[in-house]
Design a protein. Structure first.
Ligand code: ADP
Ligand code: ZN
Length: 542
C-alpha cells in the first residue's frame, strides 16, 4: 500500500484514517467514512483501484467534476473513465467496451445510472472490486443535500452481494450517518469518523449592518488574499462582484444563472489566482480543490450548519490560517423563512425550520464557535479556549446577564426544578393564569420579578443559559428545567455570566401603529425578531 502511495500518487505517507480504510476495503469489508472536506477521501478508493483486481466503480453526483477527476487519475497512470449524461453514444460505447475487456481500473458514474436495468446487467458481467459512494449524505432526507437519484443505490448490496461498498461523506450528523448506513444496507461497516476540527480556521460572527463597507474593510486589510463570499441570491452575487470590481478588487461572480461556460471560466480564473475573490451562491464550491483560499465570508445567513461548515471548510486546505466570517442579521431570517414556507412536505419543512433555528443559535450564543460546530457533528471539544474564534479571542461585545440569570434560576429552584420553559417564564413575568394560582406560584418571591422585560427577552435568557450549560432540560415528553453545578454558582453569586450583545430592533416600526404586526417583518429596513416571526401567521406551525 505504502509503495503504491509513493510510486503512483507521489505522497510520502498516509493521512490519518486513509490506511485503515484502504486496508478494510482490500479485506472486502464495507466502509462508512465521515471525513472533513480536504481530508483525502478520494485516495481511499483510488489506491485500491490500483491494487485490486476488477474495476472500482465510483458513484458521484458531481458530473461537472468527473472529467477533471478522471484526467487527474489518468495522469497518475490509473486507467479510468466516466459515464454520465454529458457524453455521447459513441463515447459511451467505447467506455463499455473497455469495461467489458477489463481495461478500466476506475469508473466514475452518476447515480441515475443505477435506475437503468441494462446498465446494471452490464456491471454484473464484469469483475467489480468496489463500489465507492461519494457524497453519500445525498441519500438521506435528513441531510442538507438530498438527491432522489441516490435512492436507487439502496439495492446495491442486494444486487452485488459479493462486492464491498464504501460510503464517503464530509458532512453527517449521527442521524444522517445512521440513515446512510440503513439506506445502503451496509454490512457491519468499518466506521470512521475523523475529527471535524480544522484548527487553522478562525470563526467569527459579525453583526451585519453596513455590509458592503464591512466587506471592503476586510478586503483592504487582507489585500490580494484569495477568498469566497457567499450570498443567497443571484442578484446579490452579481451586484457584489460588480461593486467590488469597481473598487479595484479582482472579483468574479458565480451562480447557476450564468452560462456553464461563464461559470467554468470564472471558477478557473479563481483557481489560477487571476481573480482573488469569487462572489457566489452556494452553487459554487462542491469539489473545488483550491488549497490557498484564505477566507470564506457568509454575507447572508446560511440555511443550516452542515452547509455552513462545508462552505467554510473550503478555506485553508493548505493548513495555513484562514478566516471564516459570518455576517449575521436577524433581518435575514424572514427571507429564509419565506423559502422554507414554500416546502410542501410537512416533515421536510419542519426539518428546514429547525436547521435554521440552529444557525441562529450558533450566531447568538456566547459559546465558543468551534465547540458549537463540533458538537453539532456529535463531537465533544475538550479545550476550554479554542484560540481561534471570536468568542475565545474575546473580540465580541458582551453584556452581563447575571441578574436575569439569577431571577430565572431562582424561579426554577423555588418551584422544585419541576417545570418547563413556558411555565418558568410565566412565573418570572408574573402572568396571572389559573395554573399559576392553583400551584400557588404567584406566592413565590420571584413571581413577576422580571415583568419589566418581555417574554422574548426571557426566552433569549433561557436559551443562553441552556447553551452555556448553566441550566439543562430533563425528561423527554415534558422536559423540565434544572440547574447545573455552574448554574448554582451563578445563582449564589459566586460566578457571573454574560451574553452577546444583540442587535437593536429598529424603533421606526413602533411609531406606525396602524400596521398589522404580521406585516412588520416585511417592512423594508426592519429587523424583526425571531419571536415576531414565530408569532406571525406565515408560521402557523409553531
Ligand atoms: P476530500 O475528497 O476528502 O475533500 P481530496 O481527496 O480531494 O479530499 O484530497 C484533498 C487533497 O489532499 C488533494 O489535493 C489530495 O491530492 C491531497 N492528499 C490526499 N491524500 C494525501 C496524502 N496521503 N498526502 C498528501 N496529500 C494528500
Ligand atoms: Zn472558540
Amino acid at each position: 500500500m505504502l509503495d503504491t502511495l509513493q510510486k503512483v500518487f507521489g505522497f510520502q505517507e498516509f493521512r490519518s484514517n486513509q490506511e485503515a480504510i484502504i486496508k478494510n476495503i482490500i479485506d472486502k469489508r464495507d466502509v462508512f467514512a465521515v471525513m472533513p472536506t480536504g481530508g483525502g477521501k478520494s485516495l481511499c478508493y483510488q489506491l485500491p483501484a490500483k491494487i485490486l483486481k476488477g474495476t472500482v466503480v465510483v458513484i458521484s453526483p458531481l458530473i461537472s467534476l468527473m472529467k477533471d477527476q478522471v484526467d487527474a487519475v489518468l495522469e497518475n497512470g490509473i486507467t479510468a473513465a466516466f459515464i454520465n449524461s454529458s457524453i455521447g453514444k459513441k463515447e459511451m460505447a467505447a467506455v463499455f467496451n473497455k469495461l467489458r475487456s477489463h481495461l478500466l481500473e476506475l469508473l466514475y458514474i452518476a447515480p441515475e445510472r443505477f435506475a437503468m436495468q441494462d446498465f446494471i446487467e452490464t456491471l454484473k458481467e464484469i469483475p467489480i472490486a468496489l463500489f465507492a459512494i461519494d457524497e453519500a449524505h445525498c441519500i438521506s432526507e435528513w441531510g442538507h443535500d438530498f438527491r432522489p437519484d441516490y435512492l436507487s443505490l439502496s439495492n446495491i448490496t442486494k444486487t452485488f452481494p459479493g462486492v464491498p461498498v464504501a460510503a464517503f461523506t464530509a458532512t453527517a450528523t449521527t442521524k444522517v450517518q445512521n440513515d446512510i448506513i440503513t439506506k445502503l444496507s451496509l454490512r457491519s461497516p468499518f466506521l470512521v469518523r475523523a475529527s471535524f476540527n480544522r484548527p487553522n480556521l478562525f470563526y467569527q460572527v459579525k453583526r451585519k449592518n453596513e455590509l458592503l463597507s464591512q466587506i471592503l474593510e476586510f478586503l483592504r486589510a487582507h489585500p490580494g488574499e484569495s477568498g469566497i463570499i457567499y450570498r443567497t441570491t443571484r442578484d446579490d452575487v452579481s451586484y457584489l462582484a460588480d461593486t467590488l470590481s469597481r473598487h479595484g478588487i479582482k472579483a468574479l461572480p458565480y451562480h447557476a444563472g450564468l452560462t456553464q461556460k461563464a461559470r467554468k471560466a470564472n471558477q478557473e480564473s479563481f483557481s489560477r489566482d487571476e481573480a482573488s475573490v469569487i462572489a457566489a451562491t452556494i452553487a459554487f464550491g462542491m469539489g473545488i480543490d483550491k488549497s490557498n483560499v484564505r477566507f470564506v465570508i457568509h454575507a447572508d445567513m446560511p440555511k443550516n450548519i452542515e452547509g455552513y461548515y462545508q462552505e467554510t471548510g473550503r478555506a485553508g486546505r493548505d493548513g495555513a490560517p484562514a478566516n471564516c466570517i459570518f455576517f449575521f442579521s436577524r433581518g435575514d431570517i424572514p427571507r429564509l423563512r419565506y423559502f422554507i414556507d414554500q416546502i410542501s412536505d410537512d416533515k421536510e419543512r419542519a426539518i428546514a425550520m429547525e436547521k435554521l433555528n440552529q444557525t441562529v443559535r450558533y450566531a447568538s450564543h456566547n459559546v465558543c464557535r468551534r465547540r458549537q460546530l463540533l458538537e453539532y457533528f456529535g463531537e465533544t471539544y475538550g479545550n476550554e479556549n479554542c484560540g481561534a474564534c471570536d468568542i475565545c479571542g474575546d473580540i465580541v461585545e458582551r453584556i452581563d446577564v447575571t441578574i436575569d440569570a439569577q431571577i430565572l434560576m431562582s424561579a426554577i429552584s423555588r418551584t422544585g426544578q419541576r417545570f418547563g420553559i413556558g411555565h418558568v417564564i410565566d412565573i418570572v413575568t408574573g402572568v396571572n393564569t389559573k395554573r399559576i394560582r392553583n400551584l400557588e406560584h404567584d406566592k413565590i418571591k420571584t413571581y413577576g420579578a422580571g415583568s419589566h422585560k418581555n417574554k422574548n427577552h426571557w426566552s433569549f435568557i433561557v436559551n443562553e443559559l441552556l447553551a452555556q450549560d448553566v441550566i439543562y432540560q430533563d425528561g423527554d415528553r415534558y422536559p423540565v428545567l434544572k440547574l447545573s453545578e455552574k448554574g448554582r454558582k451563578i445563582l449564589f453569586g459566586k460566578e457571573k455570566i454574560s451574553a452577546l450583545k444583540r442587535e437593536e430592533t429598529k424603533r421606526s416600526i413602533a411609531t406606525k401603529p396602524h400596521l398589522s404586526p404580521i406585516m412588520r417583518p416585511f417592512l423594508k429596513g426592519s429587523a424583526p425578531s425571531e419571536r415576531d416571526w414565530l408569532m406571525s401567521s406565515r408560521c402557523p406551525r409553531i
